[in-house]
Design a protein around this ligand. Structure first.
Ligand SMILES: Cc1ncc(COP(=O)(O)O)c(C=O)c1O
Length: 366
């Protein structure tokens, strides 16, 4: 048996460590996971009720593969037509479907050199040529990305805010960029964290869609909506693009439970607003603390922040783990940086206390 030669070198995706594993391995009773940009406040009560109803009444029935009801509701909220929306098993799956629909071996795809790893992974599965353009100050360099466009370029990925750095590109920057991207190139604007952003210069990708046919915006119910385990995200783009993605979609790629929870979550604006406010407070607190500790951090706009520990980040990761904090390290371009999800007030304070101890211990040992 011989798998495709272009996948044999691919790493298996390493998710943030589960809390249960860390408790068992390290004999800890309390562990705080700040590794996967999940919502520390859970999800809307309305979504929970919808889940219970679906499980109790409809678990034996296949879902509506086209998510018709959910599509209608979302189209209404976003002010777009129903044929411009595609749902996926998380926005991860929309990324997978995009690469499946658009990339053939030898095609080129452009992305930042430190961004969401799922873009590169899927492009490599399709044997496309990945062009990685350096972030500057943790931020996408859109003019540099543009300069790499050729006749073979099919997809450009812009993660806004960027995971892991949390930086944004502004509306003016995206506009100037989109005006110059040739029409044979599809731009993927990944807005997984859009609902957290409060900066007025931030573009709302949906509003740009009427101007640019070669743009698709990705969003998810995994982050501020707090439904990561149910796996549902979506893309919004020109109906022709959405149709191409639909042609490669699995018949029942989102579950009834996920669709029902997402629909109920869309009705709970109060939950969303509260999560955004608490996240903004948390970000402000973490920024203040990094400044007090003299640690550089990137200008964060999502529900996570990346900072420079000034030490090999794997060592800091392990030391934090022993104190019951799961963070995220291993960023090739930034070997001394750690990304941390904004938690509840209590979690953020515990994280800072643990970090201070780790840095003091390192100073004593160093
Ligand atoms: C930038 C970005 N895009 C997409 C995703 C995928 O989210 P999901 O598949 O849970 O919708 C994530 C998850 O961390 C992300 O950070």
């Amino acid at each position: 048996m011989q798998p495709k030669s272009n996948i044999v070198h691919l790493p298996v995706y390493q998710p943030g460590k589960p809390v249960e594993d860390v408790k068992r391995e390290l004999g800890l009773s309390e562990v705080i996971k700040l590794a996967s940009n999940e919502n520390p406040f859970g999800c809307s009560e309305r979504a929970k009720e919808a889940v219970i109803y679906e499980i109790s009444n409809n678990a034996s029935i296949y879902p509506d593969g086209a998510s018709v009801e959910l599509t209608k509701k979302l189209a209404d909220q976003l002010g777009v037509s129903t044929d411009s929306i595609i749902f996926g098993c998380g926005s991860d799956e929309v990324i997978l479907m995009l690469t499946r629909a658009y990339l053939v071996p030898g095609d080129e795809t452009i992305m930042a050199d430190q961004t969401f790893s799922v873009y590169k992974h899927n492009a490599e599965v399709e044997n496309a040529r990945v062009i990685e353009v350096p972030l500057t100050d943790g931020k996408h360099d859109l003019p540099a990305m543009l300069s790499h466009v050729t006749d073979r370029t099919k997809l450009i990925w812009v993660c806004n805010p960027n995971n892991p750095t949390g930086t944004i590109v502004t509306k003016d920057e995206v506009d100037a960029f989109m005006k110059q991207v040739p029409s044979h190139v599809l731009v993927v604007l990944d807005e997984a964290y859009v609902e957290y952003v409060t900066d007025e210069a931030f573009p709302n990708g949906i509003e740009l869609l009427s101007q640019y046919k070669n743009l698709i915006v990705l969003r998810t119910f995994s982050k501020i909506f707090g439904l990561a385990s149910l796996r549902i995200g979506y893309g919004v783009g020109h109906p022709d693009v959405v149709r191409s993605i639909n042609q490669v979609r699995e018949p029942f790629n989102t579950s009834r439970v996920a669709q029902a929870a997402a629909s109920a979550a869309l009705d709970d604006a109060a939950f969303l607003n509260e999560c955004r406010d608490r996240n903004t407070e948390g970000l402000n607190y973490l920024r203040e603390q990094f400044e007090r500790l003299g640690l550089h951090y990137f200008d964060a706009h999502g529900n996570f922040i990346m900072f420079d520990t000034k030490l090999p980040s794997g060592d800091v990761f392990n030391a934090l783990l022993r104190k019951g904090i799961i963070s995220r390290s291993g960023w090739g371009k930034y070997p001394t940086y750690i990304r941390i999800t904004v938690g509840s007030r209590e979690q953020n304070e515990k994280f800072i206390a643990a970090l201070e101890q780790v840095l003091q211990e390192a100073a004593v040992l160093g």
